[in-house]
Design a protein around this ligand. Structure first.
Ligand code: PLP
Length: 387
């Protein structure tokens, strides 16, 4: 199988991740913080080390500010529902994944917040458009760092500065950038950074993280045991326990820490450049093929991550065309891609690719140019079946 669906979840994982998962599961899979025996202490040490590693890698304001979550969605819900309240205005964009759009829309429908969804141009949100949407009641700007349907990287530094000026909080969904684009929280005006652990950080599924910066105070998300201070009737105030009730996914966190260490050694930019380099070959094919294939959004290798959406010729005429083509790629060529809306319906409406969507190609650090050649040849062959 040629796996080109890393924007959904990365595969394969680097070898140290597999080795860590195996060794940890056999020797240290106790309940961290819950008991005083050696295994529990070892599990707790692994979680603490992971928090420290995240804090170092992203330049955070303290290891306790890194909250381990179930996935990216969990982290985003925790952030959004933890900070907004009645009467708040929130700004978001049409590039968002449903894990941002749906909680915000639900709050809007319930009459809790007012919401402005800023439109992008060719896959990019202009800071000016965000500035124009700000009101005195704006509490939160919630937006993606890179659009998962298109791979376009957004100017979060400039937009975060606007949030600071307006005394609003800046929540960044780094699902497609954590581990592939440099993120330095010392330099970036970002208050809340949410991401899954199972994409560009190479942890297993069931992992995610929310960074809570010093300007953000979150309401408790779920109450429960934290291991310490069991006398208290209510959730402890201090981070990370305020937001981390229940036994954490300590095995997943150990694997995620191994993935993070692997990325830190290579450098995030190395992975991004490799993936964008592979996609350039696909873009060149699209540009030269004359078969009517198009790239969705603007292709700019300097501001792209390793995800590219292709619009096939005949989209909208042949029912469910992207799904059909992805099935052919899978069954006849053993190539895995992701067709459809990519949980990001607003941008597909904006680009005219709703409701069937596009075909998203997302290579990872282990894909080779030969595999991309195989994809291009497969696309050439199946184009004939569409015509
Ligand atoms: C941009 C973006 N945000 C959020 C998510 C949600 O992450 P998870 O599937 O880990 O909940 C994804 C996953 O595809 C994503 O691409």
């Amino acid at each position: 199988m040629i796996y080109l669906d890393n924007a959904a979840t990365s595969f394969p994982k680097p070898e140290p991740v597999y080795r860590t998962l195996d060794a940890f599961a056999r020797t240290a899979l106790a309940n961290p913080g819950r008991s005083s025996h050696r295994m529990a202490k070892e599990a707790e040490r692994a979680v603490d080390q992971a928090r420290n590693a995240f804090n170092r890698f992203f330049g955070g304001a303290g290891p306790e500010r890194w909250i381990f979550t179930l996935n990216g969605t969990d982290a985003l819900n925790m952030a959004i529902k933890g900070v907004v309240g009645p009467g708040d205005h929130v700004i978001t964009t049409d590039l968002e994944h449903n894990s941002v759009s749906r909680p915000l829309r639900a709050l809007e429908k319930a009459g809790v917040i007012t919401l402005t969804r800023v439109e992008s141009e060719a896959g990019y949100v202009a800071p000016e458009a965000i500035r124009a949407a700000l009101t005195p009641r704006t509490r939160l700007i919630a937006m993606t760092h890179a659009a998962n349907a298109l791979g376009t990287v957004q100017p979060i530094g400039e937009i975060g500065a606007l949030a600071r000026d307006a005394d609003a909080l800046m929540l960044v969904d780094a699902a497609q950038t954590a581990g592939v684009v440099e993120i330095d929280l010392k330099a970036l005006p970002v208050d809340l950074l949410a991401f899954p652990g199972h994409k560009g950080l190479y942890g297993p599924t069931g992992t995610g993280c929310l960074y809570v910066g010093p300007r953000a105070v979150l309401r408790c998300w779920r109450e429960g045991g934290t291991g310490g201070d069991s006398k208290s009737e209510v959730q402890p105030e201090e981070l990370p326990y305020r937001l981390e009730g229940g036994t954490p996914n300590v095995l997943g966190i150990a694997g995620l820490a191994a993935g993070l260490a692997w990325v830190a050694e290579r450098g995030a930019e190395t992975n991004r450049v490799h993936e964008v380099g592979l996609l350039q070959r696909v873009v060149d094919w699209v540009d030269g093929s004359g078969d009517g294939w198009r790239v969705a959004g603007r292709w700019d290798p300097a501001t792209h991550v390793g995800a590219l959406s292709l619009i096939p010729p005949g989209l909208g005429e042949v029912p469910d065309l992207p799904q059909e083509l992805a099935t052919i790629l899978d069954t006849s060529f053993e190539i895995a891609v992701r067709p459809g809306l990519h949980c990001a319906p607003y941008i597909h409406r904006r680009l005219g690719t709703f409701p069937d969507g596009t075909i998203r190609i997302s290579p990872g650090p282990f894909n080779t140019i030969d595999e991309i050649e195989a994809l291009v040849q497969a696309l050439e062959q199946i184009t004939a079946t569409i015509a």
